[in-house]
Design a protein around this ligand. Structure first.
Ligand code: GCU
Length: 343
């Protein structure tokens, strides 16, 4: 797998991937159009399970016309590579973290704010509300892609090789991997750690070789990506609920005949619902495995001190992007309706 990933990464970086992709897939007399979807999770991850359900659904309804191919595990490169491939239409869809989409449209900054959502319920209600997501999901149309649905990626928390993070002061001097977005780098600096941005696929080796002291992610990173083999403390500071976003190439989507577009839209809803159902089970299983098989200790610090340090980021973002204010306010309404359980 690693070898394959490396080869594809080289192809991506040399721009050859489009040529290779157009040459592989259904051969012989198969006239079906190939729809390629890339993502960076393993095959047993909820994201892959949901995309396999999408593949099955589209092929059941439109199988004479389309052949859907799902490429997991960064086979088509890092998320940033895949977004670029989707932009140009070299592939049709990919899953990208909301974090990295911030570098393609400033509107995505909003969902990257630490402590934006008061609870999982407020997060889900917000992400299911078209008034909130549409202005963001459509903001990259001019860049050639748009978001077609969101995918739950739980809550992001700090985890380290050997330091127990009970308060922000414990992060001081630690090199923590963050996703490649200005918001994440700023958050990390405010909290006192040293932000080390890198792609997801490089984190395991960086932890193992002690280039970094820890990272931050949901529980699945411990098991599905093996980070729990190296990191022994996972601390629920609950700093972000960052969705993953399924994005599609605009030209592909716009050219779909109306009846087919409707079927694709149903498929996108299916991705969302299957993933959310699988997510709940997967996180529970990941926690159990991390604790019992990998020897990870879960810590439950007071989240307030972390939250207070990050608060100025909300004010700064609204001052910088005032257009996002009405959406931010709408999220606050959900926060009031579904407050944090800790309160
Ligand atoms: C999660 C998220 C991915 C993201 C990764 C990361 O796994 O679901 O989309 O790439 O975190 O931290 O990079």
């Amino acid at each position: 797998m690693k070898q394959c990933r490396r080869v594809l990464a080289v192809l991506v970086s040399t721009g050859l991937v489009a040529a290779v992709l157009s040459g592989c897939g259904a051969g012989g007399g198969d006239k079906r159009q190939i729809i390629r979807i890339g993502h960076n999770q393993a095959t047993d991850h909820p994201t892959n399970i949901a995309l396999m359900a999408f593949e099955e659904y589209i092929e059941e309804k439109l199988g004479d016309k389309y052949n859907v191919e799902v490429y997991p595990s960064e086979l088509l490169g890092s998320q940033t590579d895949m977004v670029q491939l989707t932009q140009t239409g070299a592939i049709d869809f990919c899953v990208a973290s909301n974090s990295i989409l911030e570098t393609f449209s400033q509107n995505y900054t909003l969902f990257n704010l630490p402590y934006l959502f008061a609870s999982a319920e407020a997060y889900h209600k917000s992400m299911d509300d078209p008034e909130i997501v549409e202005p963001i999901f459509e903001s990259t149309k001019q860049a050639g892609f748009e978001a077609v649905t969101w995918i739950d990626a739980g809550t992001r928390n700090f985890y380290t090789v050997s330091t127990q993070i009970e308060a922000p002061a414990d992060l001081k001097g630690l090199k923590i991997r963050v996703q490649q977005s200005p918001t994440n780098v700023e958050m990390m600096s405010l909290l006192g750690g040293s932000a080390t941005p890198m792609g997801f696929g490089d984190v395991y080796t960086a932890l193992q070789s002690k280039v970094i002291d820890g990272a931050e992610n949901n529980e699945m990173a411990l098991t599905s990506n093996g980070h729990g083999d190296v990191c022994k403390y996972y601390s629920y500071d609950m700093h972000q609920m960052i969705p993953d976003i399924l994005i599609g190439n605009c030209a592909f989507l716009d050219e779909l005949p109306e009846e087919e577009r409707e079927i694709f839209e149903e498929g996108f809803l299916l991705v969302n619902s299957v993933e959310r159902e699988e997510w709940v089970k997967a996180v529970e299983a990941a926690k159990e495995k991390a604790q019992n098989e990998q020897g990870v200790t879960f810590l439950y610090p007071d989240t307030k001190p972390f939250q207070e340090i990050c608060e100025p980021m909300h004010v700064d973002m609204l001052a910088k992007y005032p257009d996002l204010s009405p959406i931010y306010d709408k999220i606050q309404e959900y926060n009031a309706e579904y407050p944090s359980e800790a309160e």
